[in-house]
Design a protein around this ligand. Structure first.
Ligand SMILES: *Cc1c(COP(=O)(O)O)cnc(C)c1O
Length: 218
């Protein structure tokens, strides 16, 4: 699918839901993509990208930033505490705040450098043991804990189980966000972003539908 095609689908999905398409941010997930494909999307004028590993983001984006203005980088993958500082220096948003230790690390560094990316709390809506994220039942307490640390909470994020319909997970995330007075909803990927928009997504994370299938890492 081309970038234009995806923008059209976002517009259609937003209008169907009675929403303003400009309230949906398209994050082009460029992890593991060849640099020429990423550059083509930059040349097409897109500026918001997502990476799931700090190391990979650090190897790619400082160079692109010397050539393209206004790049906004979102870190969407699990974050090790020892990479917090590097992540905060690279990214304008972190979607994977999933434990108190990481929140404390972010808060400490934010104090020190006087800046902090927008933060999303990742919720493990499917309660999958192998998946990162706060359990739904722990979300209210964790949101409160992050607020006590003065963290700039933007919203919640989820990755629904691959083998289940996504809609109930999107609905759950939307309800948890609303219960906690949060407006940001990072949900929806290539296969289900239209459905996520119907459920209120403000940030959709789309990789393969923009770039093509990810080239396997060998
Ligand atoms: C890779 C990834 C995506 C994009 O997935 P696609 O199915 O290629 O659109 C979205 N969110 C996260 C957290 C990812 O790791």
């Amino acid at each position: 699918m081309s970038l234009d095609r995806i923008r059209q689908e976002i517009e259609t999905a937003a209008h169907t839901a009675g929403r303003d398409p400009s309230d949906v941010t398209l994050i082009a997930v460029s992890k593991v993509q060849p640099l020429d494909r990423v550059e083509a999307i930059l040349r097409a004028g897109h500026r918001v990208f997502g990476e799931n590993r700090v190391q990979e983001a650090a190897s790619k984006w400082p160079e692109f930033r010397t050539r393209f203005d206004g790049i906004e980088l979102h870190l969407i993958g699990p974050l090790q505490t020892n990479k917090t500082r590097q992540a905060m220096e690279l990214a304008q948003a972190i979607h994977s705040v999933d434990r108190p230790k990481l929140a404390r690390s972010i808060a400490r560094i934010a104090q020190e450098i006087g800046a902090c990316p927008d933060l999303f709390i990742q919720v493990n809506t499917g309660e999958e043991p192998q998946k990162a994220g706060i359990l739904p039942s722990d979300t209210d307490a964790f949101v409160a804990e992050c607020r006590e640390m003065d963290l700039p909470l933007r919203g919640l994020m989820c990755i629904p189980p691959v083998d289940e319909p996504a809609a109930p997970h999107f609905a759950m995330l939307a309800r948890l966000a609303s219960d906690n007075g949060l407006t940001g909803l990072s949900m929806g990927m290539s296969a289900d972003f239209a459905e996520a928009i119907a459920h209120g997504a403000t940030h959709i994370r789309v990789g393969s539908a923009i770039f093509g299938e990810r080239v396997p890492q060998g």
